[in-house]
Design a protein around this ligand. Structure first.
Ligand code: BG6
Ligand code: GLC
Ligand code: GLC
Length: 942
């Protein structure tokens, strides 16, 4: 009796509290706080995986960079069209953003229209889907009487995972939710939209930015609350974004500042990370979905699936006889019959049970009151689990932000949108409470996005528009520095003309074409000890060369470098040569050779009018030199006198050569095809072997040399045409090509930045070509462009600082560093910092671009000049094809990361009939001077 009573009371108890059996049945969907903390920690680990370059490819949670760098600051303004695609409704909008001033925030006005998307378009072709989008847009313009004449900037909210490399581009990684139009995955969505707009025709829109709905929501809420740095959607789908530190985002260059990351957290669990929390109902929902195995978290959380989960649980319980006395209806068996709206209705405060009953009756069931209580409980457990999982995810994101900022407590706002969050009567409250419990150290405010995400998308677009207009202005500023192929060809042609003119004219010409009296490159038989002296850049060099059997590689080089102080470069000539003599004396002391009267070769890197190998009259100083009483005088003579004045040692100065000639000679030792010397350093210049008969200005030598040549030619009458030139008498010509344009011949490519640099130089109006190319001037051109951009407010916050006004701050070394591809932007900023330029991240991008434009032009111009030289040599020899080597030296060529590459490319393009090899000189032009001295000596000895 007692036992029977117990059993009866047990059953009546059960019937009294129908929620208990549900709780037992759905035990696996109950998540305790320690389980939530565990899930939260797993999610934080997944976020790290997604952010890191090594693990991103395999990561389930994609952590997509969005290229949104900041939340709204009130300066955004403009009128925008907006499309909101991917939520439960597709909308077209017009958004007007008014700029705010000071503490007054701006205002936003919106007009919108929802356009239904026919079911078949969701699964049809992508083209049809986007055509529908674009036709809806056109309809909207028409209905709202928005002008179709004008160009409209457009903001696109696209609520699917996209890989973006810029704001206005994004490859769809995969569809989610109920979309799966064909042929869009892996494609650029912005481009697809543009193409559809073109197909529709009759509108002029420019898609400036595409953002995920989470990002747009964060921005919408950020407009009114500057602490809003997280965006959350719990709607048809679920997802969150947040502001991450750039240096944590491996996939984006740059290490300072922040960028919004779209976590795509819906995919959490796709790699099995949630397997121990997944129930049979989740598996069933997944199996019956559009995308099995994908978006595992989303399927436990979001509106598209909540109703289904409830239906499957109720169905199973009914089948087991736990509900409706085992009655099951067809409707209950049908996918989609219980929706999220039903779930929300069942949980309503007052009418929840009544609603539940109506819903069940509509499903052709006959529920008892207890059945209704039980089903309401099922719904509660499903939606509770959803908000718990969202809370766990949010806790991970907020913890990440707090840790990033090394804070003990964090005050932050989360912008939220989505039908579940907005319409479910208890969802928001529960979510807030659990978040607070999981991370009590964070003070979290939740703000519901009002009017959807388009306001935020428009704000992003406003920033994009401002950047685009800045971009245009930067492009305009740089455009005169960008040369077309035709312009380069023209430069080549003019160089060719100038080379010819210089060879003829005895009087002054822009390109001087100075005979060097070097008749041949070394043949390898040169030997002996030589002193090589060099003056030209910023240093004076002394070098002892031992040409053991001419094998330079084996020669022992001993050298010393003496910086030339500016007051010496620009003092009196006597002081300059006394300084040189003093350096030579010091060097001989150092080598212990003061008493030996060594033969010496002198590399003098300035234009000299020569009448023989051992004399040279300085025509004019170039680069940084301006010592008085030197122009018009023999530099060898001046050096000899200084040595005499010093009266400590004696030298036999055998030769004086330009640095280009020295470079050619030293490289020719390694490669007999080397018949050109090129310098791209502080200055720029070229020398090459010219046929004597073409050098009209040195008549007397010619006669003698030509006779020698004829004899040689007779010997080799049978030789191939290619080799014939070996017998033809030649002389190395120092072109002094830096002077091209001194007669106004380059005025059409010279920009006002160049004119400014020229005017501020030591030799205004002179060396115009050199001033477009060489290291000493490139930094100055860069500085002029930066000044211009700063004055236009496009750089350095419009502040023209003292540093920026300082001539000469950009040495070649710095240009090379700034342009190095290996250097992250932060390092560019630190280089600028060293120069006293305080830059933002955006500034450093622009500075790098300016440097790039200037050095690219320099390399191209140098290439155009060289193309003229090689083609001339080819034509001299009557060849269809010429193989030739250029010996090169100079800091620009050797240190700059791109100069040599662009130079070579340009020569290839402009002189297609020549194969030009470049041989960087090893020992510098000094060894070349020694070789010249040796060659000259051999000739004397003969
Ligand atoms: C809307 C936003 O309010 O919410 C959309 O404007 C977003 O951009 C959507 O996708 C998400 O919620 P649901 O429930 O519509 O998917
Ligand atoms: C899906 C999409 C995601 C979107 C979310 C909310 O998870 O993949 O991009 O943000 O739904 O709409
Ligand atoms: C200047 C000089 C020239 C030299 C060049 C490279 O252009 O005038 O002689 O070769 O700089 O140093």
């Amino acid at each position: 009796m007692f036992a029977v009573h117990l059993v009866v009371s047990f059953f009546s108890k059960l019937q009294e509290d129908p929620t208990k059996k549900v709780d037992r049945f759905m035990y696996a969907m109950h998540l305790h706080d320690d389980q939530l903390s565990d899930i939260s920690a797993r999610f934080q680990a997944e976020m790290k995986k997604g952010l890191s370059a090594e693990s991103n490819a395999a990561a389930a949670v994609k952590m997509l960079p969005t290229h949104v760098h900041s939340t709204p600051d009130g300066s955004e303004k403009g009128h925008f069209l907006a499309l909101d695609l991917g939520g439960s409704k597709f909308k077209v909008l017009q958004v007007k953003v008014r700029e705010g001033t000071g503490v007054r925030r701006g205002g936003v006005e919106m007009e919108e229209k929802t356009y239904p998307i026919p079911e078949e378009l969701l699964t049809g072709s992508g083209k049809e889907l986007f055509d529908h989008v674009s036709e809806s847009l056109k309809d909207f313009l028409h209905e709202k009487k928005i002008s179709v004449e004008k160009k409209h900037p457009l903001a696109l909210t696209f609520s699917f995972p996209c890989e973006q490399s810029a704001l206005n581009q994004g490859l769809l990684l995969n569809w989610s939710k109920n979309f799966r139009a064909r042929g869009v995955q892996g494609k650029d969505v912005v481009q697809a939209l543009r193409e559809a707009v073109n197909r529709t025709g009759g509108m002029d829109v420019e898609v400036l930015a595409m953002v995920n709905d989470t990002v747009a929501t964060m921005m919408t809420c950020g407009f009114d609350d500057r602490y809003c740095e997280v965006g959350l959607i719990v709607g048809s789908g679920t997802n969150a974004c947040y502001m991450e530190e750039l240096h944590h985002i491996d996939l984006v260059e740059g290490d300072e500042g922040r960028m919004c990351v779209n976590t795509e957290w819906g995919a959490f669990g796709d790699d099995g990370a949630l397997n121990d929390y997944i129930t049979e109902f989740d598996r069933e929902v997944d199996a019956a979905s559009n995308n099995p195995g994908k978006q595992i978290l989303e399927k436990m959380v979001s509106g598209m699936y909540l109703g289904e989960l409830v239906r499957l649980v109720v169905l199973k319980m009914a089948k087991l006889g736990l509900l409706f006395e085992g009655q099951v209806s067809d409707a209950l068996r049908t996918k989609g019959k219980i929706t999220t709206a039903h779930v929300a209705a069942m949980e309503e405060y007052k009418h929840g049970l009544k609603n539940t009953r109506n819903i069940l009756v509509d499903l052709d069931l006959s529920p008892t009151p207890d059945d209704c209580i039980a089903v309401q409980r099922v719904s509660t457990i499903v939606s509770f689990r959803s908000s718990n999982l969202v809370a766990a995810g949010l806790a991970a994101i907020l913890t990440q932000i707090r840790q990033n900022r090394h804070l003990r407590t964090l005050r932050i706002t989360v912008g939220v949108d989505g039908t579940v969050y907005k319409t479910h009567p208890r969802y928001a409250n529960r979510l807030h409470k659990v978040v607070q419990r999981l991370i009590p150290e964070c003070h979290v405010r939740f703000v519901l996005s009002d009017g959807g995400s388009s306001k935020g998308a428009a704000l992003v677009t406003a920033v994009a528009q401002r950047l685009a207009s800045q971009r245009r202005q930067v492009d305009e500023t740089l455009s005169p520095l960008r040369l077309s192929g035709e312009q380069l060809l023209l430069v080549k042609k003019r160089m060719r003309g100038a080379l010819e003119a210089g060879l003829k004219s005895k009087g002054p010409s822009a390109v001087k074409m100075l005979p060097s009296y070097v008749y041949q490159t070394p043949d390898g038989t040169e030997h002996g000890k030589y002193l090589a002296l060099g003056l030209g850049g910023t240093n004076f060099r002394a070098l002892l060369v031992d040409l053991k059997k001419g094998l330079l590689q084996n020669s022992r080089l001993n050298h010393k470098i003496y910086p030339t102080p500016v007051e010496i470069m620009q003092g009196s000539g006597e002081e300059l040569f006394d300084h040189i003599a003093q350096c030579v004396g010091d060097f001989l002391d150092y080598m212990g050779m003061k008493s030996a009267r060594l033969p010496a070769g002198f590399t003098f890197s300035f234009p000299c009018e020569q009448a023989g190998i051992d004399t040279g009259t300085l025509v004019s100083w170039t680069k940084r030199f301006k010592a008085t009483d030197c122009e018009g005088h023999d530099v060898v003579g001046m050096l000899r006198e200084a040595i005499k004045r010093r009266n400590e040692f004696d030298l036999d100065i055998v030769s004086v050569v330009n640095d280009t000639v020295g470079t050619m000679m030293s490289c020719a030792c390694e490669d007999p095809q080397c018949e050109i010397g090129l310098i791209a350093g502080t200055g720029t210049n070229v020398c090459y072997m010219e046929e004597l008969k073409n050098i009209e200005k040195i008549e007397q030598e010619k006669g003698q040399m030509e006779r020698e040549g004829e004899e040689k030619q007779d010997d080799g009458a049978e030789r191939e045409k290619k080799e014939e030139h070996a017998g033809i008498p030649k002389m190395c010509i120092n072109t002094e090509w830096g002077g091209l344009g001194d007669d106004g011949f380059l005025d059409d490519i010279i920009t006002h930045y160049d004119s400014e640099v020229d005017q501020n130089s030591l030799n205004p109006g002179k060396q115009r070509f050199e001033k477009l190319i060489s290291g000493m001037y490139l930094g100055e051109v860069v500085r002029q462009v930066l000044l211009n951009l700063t004055r236009g407010g496009l750089l350095f916050r419009g502040q023209v600082t003292e540093a920026l006004k300082t001539p000469g701050i950009f040495h070649t070394k710095y240009l090379s560093q700034i342009e190095s591809d290996r250097l992250a932007l932060l390092q560019v900023r630190s280089v600028l910092q060293q120069l006293g330029l305080d830059s933002t991240c955006d500034d450093s991008i622009i500075v790098k671009e300016v440097c790039g434009a200037v050095s690219h032009r320099a390399a191209q111009l140098c290439g155009a000049g060289l193309a003229a030289v090689v083609d001339k040599i080819r034509e001299n020899r009557g060849l269809d094809h010429l193989d030739i080597t250029v010996g090169v030296d100079g800091s620009l060529y050797k240190l700059h990361p791109h100069f040599s590459g662009v130079l070579q490319q340009t020569v290839k393009m402009l002189a297609p009939q020549c194969t030009v090899s470049f041989l960087p000189s090893e020992g510098g032009s000094g060894t070349g001077a020694a070789l010249t001295a040796a060659v000259a000596r051999k000739k004397l000895e003969k």
